[in-house]
Design a protein around this ligand. Structure first.
Ligand SMILES: Nc1ncnc2c1ncn2[C@@H]1O[C@H](COP(=O)(O)OP(=O)(O)OP(=O)(O)O)[C@@H](O)[C@H]1O
Ligand SMILES: [Mg+2]
Length: 270
């Protein structure tokens, strides 16, 4: 396993935002976290990248406990991140923004730059433009491109499709798939659950700081409770209550999906 988040609890002051979250990411996978606003997706990513400290639990990356490792060392260790709000350097050109992404490395970046420009032709066209004058969607691409320049083993992406026009959303998802195909493991947070589940191998559903479900992504796409809550269809379900009721598995399920549809879904116990 490349990345193991084990039972982490994270607080903002007295508020417990993560109430014991466990997430595993294997090498080569795309794993996605889905869930409503405030569920704890961004906090989970920030804790993995070292921007938030954890109160308990642990994070293991590439065989090492990194729970207390400072963020910049995690980048060197191979955790790449395209920060929330994009974080592009406004007064630097696209090209220099990309080079900044490689600050943890030494040597010749020509091939890496060429690869990023190939993935994002828009950045290639605009390589001398200032980062701050790029459109929102272009800055999003720049942030991802810059993260790739660090040659991460795992790329953490927080809502890469946010604020993008439909055509660009499609493009970003295709690029993420291509990045993964070329060997980078991806942990993806998305509001756009439908698209994320189509792309990902596995997924975790977060509700109010807990994992309420984890399963192969295609199973969740077909899970009536997930469809109802996150894919805009069906009757209303309270996943947390259903997860609680599903222990033991033989307990009668509430108004909900037929047993054979739920069979292979791992219900997290909270
Ligand atoms: N800096 C902060 N100070 C206090 N509370 C915070 C802070 N950041 C997040 N929270 C709270 O922690 C909880 C989890 O927030 P988080 O940003 O992780 O959710 P999210 O799943 O990413 O939501 P969204 O889909 O809206 O981005 C929320 O209740 C939020 O209000
Ligand atoms: Mg968020």
């Amino acid at each position: 396993m490349l990345l193991e988040v084990k039972d982490i609890r994270v607080h903002y002051g007295k508020i417990e935002a993560l109430k014991g979250i466990s997430v595993e990411v294997n090498e080569g996978e795309i794993v996605t976290l889905i869930g409503a606003n405030g569920a704890g997706k961004t906090t989970t990513l920030k804790t993995i990248s070292g921007l938030r400290g954890l109160s308990s639990g642990s994070i293991t990356f590439d065989g090492k406990d990194i729970s207390k490792m400072p963020g910049h060392k995690r980048v060197i260790a191979g955790l790449g991140q395209a920060p929330e709000g994009r974080g592009v350097f406004p007064g630097m050109t696209v090209h220099d923004n990309l080079l900044m992404g490689a600050y943890t490395r030494s040597g010749d970046f020509t091939a890496d730059l060429a690869e990023v420009y190939e993935l994002f032709p828009r950045l290639a066209e605009r390589r001398t433009q200032m980062g701050g004058t790029m459109s929102g969607g272009e800055q999003q691409m720049l942030a991802i491109g810059r993260a790739l320049m660090a040659k991460p083993k795992v790329l953490l992406l927080d809502e890469p499709s946010m604020g993008l026009a439909p055509l660009l959303v499609q493009q970003i998802f295709e690029i993420i798939e291509e990045i993964n195909r070329r060997g980078t493991t991806v942990l993806l947070v998305e509001q756009n659950a439908q698209q994320a589940l189509k792309l990902a191998h596995r997924a975790y559903v977060l509700e109010t700081g807990k994992v309420v479900k984890s399963a192969p992504a295609d199973e969740l796409l077909n899970d009536p409770a997930v469809q109802a809550a996150y894919l805009g269809g069906g009757a209303e379900h309270d996943l947390e209550a259903e997860a609680a009721q599903a222990v033991p598995p033989s307990a009668p399920a509430s108004p909900a999906p037929a047993p054979q549809e739920r069979r292979d879904v791992t219900e997290e116990r909270s």
